[in-house]
Design a protein around this ligand. Structure first.
Ligand SMILES: Cc1ncc(COP(=O)(O)O)c(C=O)c1O
Length: 442
């Protein structure tokens, strides 16, 4: 592909060092299965399923055909006071995967919108029950809940917040769940459940009756895969139950098989009140998110409004877009037909063995993992994130795409990956880390 500096100038890229990228671009021109093709013709193994989206691998014809058919038949339906059959069918299919009490699904277009929607649902639910005084939200350090104003407010990442000071008030953050003794532990750490007592302290400090909801990723994804300590999520659930606080699981990364189960809720055996999802919801082939809630939340909000009136004043022009629903249904068909959630569970041990084999490298300071996702920390330079960016770029040209957040690389190959693909990622990462190590030594 031909490009010039000018042809790249107009696109202001998200979460990207724009000036650096435009000097040294990395463009993907094709994606198929677990491989991408870069603009120079190189083959790149997608070690992070894009951004944890392509669970069934790229270029799935079933999804492309379903979207094409849908667009030819009915390309768009106004979603307010009207709908199309696909949105009901897709909601039914999602509800079949969520925990038993969670059966109502609201469609949005991204994970960030799912978070904003969940915040509003929590407010609407408490108001409908005459508890509108619950205006405080709890989140956690090292949380990533997207970038809308709601998600920015809940963010536990300083860079995502410090420029944007005028966000939602009344958000307090619990400590994150990583402890130094968790270094190189695979699966759930034995210790650390006591970190959930932070929520109890907020209850005691602010009054439980002022807290609307507690948002957590079951396994914190974007900031480097922090697996919840045993008993931690259970304790959050218990405190929420005692205090009437809604527990929200942000399942945007954990959902759809990444942890070897449909959702993180099932992996860790804790049922939230609200779940947000996106990414693998459509295998990443169409932008879409969703919020699934317990029946009681749906019933409470709808019953509180007068008959024949709108119950929840919220929604998007593209909520439940026909093409996105078609993509989602086709994606779920593939997940089911190929038993991909179970496949992820079966592959987990091999995957974690392979990733943890990198611990002998000097540059690797910690590894964590669960299911088919793992985080690898590389020793930082004086500028946080500098080493991560260096490893990421070198690794790309060595033939593997890996998402990095700061100095943490996140490995999450498509659930269809073979053992040989996992070997290829780990071998190329080892080679790249050694190259960076030797540069450091010189
Ligand atoms: C846990 C979590 N929540 C929310 C989001 C935001 O999703 P989106 O980028 O689709 O808005 C992400 C994205 O990575 C995420 O990992």
């Amino acid at each position: 592909m031909q490009y010039s500096a000018n042809s790249l100038e107009h696109h202001w890229m998200p979460f990207t060092a724009n000036r650096e990228f435009k000097r040294s671009p990395r463009l993907v021109v094709k994606s198929e299965g677990v491989y991408l093709t870069d603009h120079k013709g190189g083959s790149v193994l997608d070690g992070s399923s894009g951004l944890f989206c392509a669970a069934a691998g790229h270029g799935r014809k079933e999804i492309a055909e379903a979207v094409f058919e849908q667009l030819k038949t009915n390309d768009y339906t106004a979603p307010f006071g009207l709908s199309h059959p696909g949105s009901f069918e897709f909601a039914r299919r999602i509800a079949a995967l969520t925990p038993e009490e969670i059966n109502h699904v609201f469609f949005v277009n991204s994970g960030s919108e799912a978070i904003d929607t969940a915040l509003k649902m929590a407010m609407a639910y408490h108001r409908a029950r005459g508890e509108g005084q619950r205006t405080r939200f709890v989140s956690r350090e090292r949380a990533y809940h997207g970038v809308n104003i709601g998600g920015t407010s809940l963010s536990g990442m300083v860079k995502n917040r410090e420029t944007f000071t005028q966000v939602m008030p009344n958000v307090v953050c619990m400590r994150h769940t990583w402890l130094p003794e968790h270094r190189f532990i695979r699966g759930q750490p034995e210790h650390g459940a006591e970190l959930a007592e932070d929520l109890q302290r907020f209850v005691e400090n602010y009054g439980g009756s002022t807290i609307a909801a507690c948002f957590v990723e079951p396994l914190a994804g974007s900031t480097g895969i922090l697996v919840p300590p045993k008993g931690y999520l259970e304790r959050l659930r218990q405190i929420c139950d005692e205090q009437g606080i809604l527990l929200v699981f942000d399942e945007v990364i954990c959902g759809f098989g990444r942890l070897g189960t449909p959702f993180g809720a099932q992996a860790f055996g804790v049922t939230p009140d609200i779940m947000t999802m996106a990414k693998a919801l459509t295998n990443g082939a169409q932008p879409m998110g969703a919020v699934a809630v317990k029946d009681e939340i749906y019933e409470t909000i709808t019953q509180a409004a007068p008959e024949k009136s709108v119950e929840f004043f919220h929604g998007y022009t593209y909520s439940g877009h026909p093409a996105a629903c078609a993509a989602g249904i086709a994606a779920l068909d593939i997940y089911e037909k190929e038993d991909l959630f179970q496949r992820a569970a079966d592959m987990s041990e091999y995957f974690l063995d392979a990733v943890f084999s990198l611990r002998d490298l000097d540059l690797v300071t910690d590894i964590r993992g669960y299911g088919l996702i793992a985080g690898i920390d590389v020793a930082p330079t004086t500028a946080p994130g500098g080493r991560g960016a260096q490893v990421q770029e070198k690794l790309f040209w060595n033939g593997v795409h890996l998402k990095f957040t700061g100095d943490a690389g996140i490995m999450a190959p498509p659930l269809v990956s073979e053992r040989s693909h996992i070997d290829e990622i780990v071998e190329k990462l080892r080679k790249t880390l050694k190259e960076v190590e030797s540069q450091k030594a010189n």
